[in-house]
Design a protein around this ligand. Structure first.
Ligand code: SF4
Length: 184
């Protein structure tokens, strides 16, 4: 599956946007990772997919360095208004389900792909962190933010909508690929 086919597949699976980018110059930045530590989402140090359980920023940077290209995955979810917390929760669940469908499709074709999602892994009712190993390390998807990446910059680089305005919420994920497949 080449990168164009992958984008088409991601759209078929329910994303509202999918666009390829080069990962050249995309570097983890401590300022985004530091936002996790402010714990607005309440998941800091509560999951294997969030800091510090997902590894240090340096470890995340080393993992990312093995990849040359990525598909930016976007889901724009409508809200009733900017205070629609229920709609935001629904949107987050819809994005998590989308990334799991994408993971299943991608891992068959590109088993070494690295997927990054939005927010903390929600596969288990209660995460085993930090007492026991992750139950599903092959399925758990760390967040773009936990790798210190700038969601807005990635979205702009991909040419996807990023006005962050209106009654809607934007979710962003990444499918990182080592390089284009020779055989397409
Ligand atoms: S799969 Fe389960 S144990 Fe692993 S990070 Fe997700 S919630 Fe935690």
């Amino acid at each position: 599956m080449d990168i164009a086919e992958l984008c088409r597949r991601v759209l078929e699976l329910g994303a509202t946007g999918a666009s390829p980018i080069s990962l050249l110059g995309v570097e983890p930045d401590p300022q985004f990772r530091d936002l996790c530590a402010l714990n607005y989402c309440g998941r800091y140090a509560k999951s294997w997919t969030c800091p510090p359980g997902c590894g240090t920023l340096e470890e995340c940077a080393r993992r990312l360095k093995a990849y040359r290209q990525a598909v930016v995955v976007q889901l724009i979810h409508p809200l009733e208004d900017s205070l629609d917390v229920e709609g935001m929760t629904e949107g987050q669940k819809a994005f998590d389900r989308l990334m799991q469908r994408i993971q299943k499709a991608v891992k068959e074709a590109r088993p070494d792909a690295l997927l990054l999602g939005a927010g903390s892994c929600s596969l288990c009712q209660a995460c085993t962190y930090p007492d026991e190993p992750c139950r599903y390390p092959e399925l758990a998807i760390p967040s773009v933010e936990s790798f210190g990446l700038d969601v807005q910059a990635l979205t702009e680089k991909a040419g996807l909508p990023c006005s962050w305005s209106g009654p809607r919420v934007y979710y962003c994920g990444l499918i990182c690929l080592r390089g284009e497949q020779e055989d397409g």
